[in-house]
Design a protein around this ligand. Structure first.
Ligand code: SF4
Ligand code: SF4
Ligand code: SF4
Length: 244
């Protein structure tokens, strides 16, 4: 007897859909598809909302009242909800708009109707219970594959603890902080295998702060280099609004 496939839906709110594309571009995508009974995935043209899901993968930030309603319906129909990527986890790139007045935004947003019922851009956890947060902009392919492979066996993978520095090849040798270059690895949630650092790019906190992050001491360090607090906060708040 074959293993029961997991009935899945992939849903998208305000975002670039890059996390869904990351799933489509998995090296072993066909193998993964074999393990899932995909009922809803609009990039694949599977559109059956009238069902119940074992897992709903929800991508994108919530930015309007109509999205809140849709999200609550998805939650009600799903046994398990995964926040897929930085936008769904904590607002991501769309949450930058929270610093701009709607009047100003109207000048730039191409579909101004969307601003009529706008709410503060947040992660989906603001409105529904989330069972698993898959961080990153975009998500890490390996984590998605591990998640599905374990879920099929009735297990949920554990989130990794600690900061990106723990995975960084520059740690203790040529850390960017020694050169007074902003790198947010010390406050970022690990799990990406320090992807950017391996490509010689400083960490920009796309996975959000790790639970033990000491953001105020990070900000004080950058201030001691003569950097302006507003500029520092802009950098730290790219993927998640940070209040200090
Ligand atoms: S987390 Fe990044 S890649 Fe994923 S949908 Fe949001 S903006 Fe796109
Ligand atoms: S992630 Fe950044 S701050 Fe951490 S060790 Fe690497 S270079 Fe230094
Ligand atoms: S190194 Fe930082 S910015 Fe790069 S993927 Fe990891 S958490 Fe995101």
């Amino acid at each position: 007897m074959g293993v029961k496939k997991i009935k899945t839906g992939f849903f998208s709110f305000s975002c670039c859909e890059g996390c869904q594309f990351t799933v489509l571009f998995l090296d072993n995508f066909m193998k993964m598809v074999d393990k899932m009974d995909i009922q809803y995935f609009h990039l694949l043209k599977e559109k059956n909302k009238n069902t119940r899901f074992d897992v709903a993968f929800v991508e994108g930030a919530v930015t309007s009242k109509v999205q809140i309603k849709k999200l609550k319906i998805i939650r009600a129909k799903s046994k398990f909800v995964v926040a897929l990527g930085a936008c769904a986890c904590h607002g991501g790139i769309p949450s930058m708009r929270n610093f701009i007045e709607n009047k100003k935004l109207e000048k730039y947003v191409y579909n101004q109707k969307t601003l009529k019922d706008a709410v503060k851009a947040t992660g989906i956890g603001e409105y529904v219970e989330v069972d698993y947060y898959m961080y990153g902009c975009p998500i890490i392919k390996k984590e998605f594959v591990d998640f599905v492979n374990n879920f099929i066996k009735g297990k949920v993978i554990k989130e990794l603890e600690g900061p990106v520095c723990d995975e960084c090849p520059r740690r203790g040798k040529n850390c960017y902080l020694i050169e007074k270059k902003i790198c947010l690895g010390a406050v970022s949630r690990r799990g990406c295998d320090a992807l950017c650092l391996r490509e010689n790019v400083p960490c920009v906190l796309c996975r959000g702060p790790c639970p033990e992050a000491n953001l105020s001491s990070e900000i004080n360090l950058f201030k001691s280099w003569g950097l302006d607090k507003k500029d520092i906060l802009n950098k730290i708040s790219k993927f998640k609004n940070v209040d200090t």
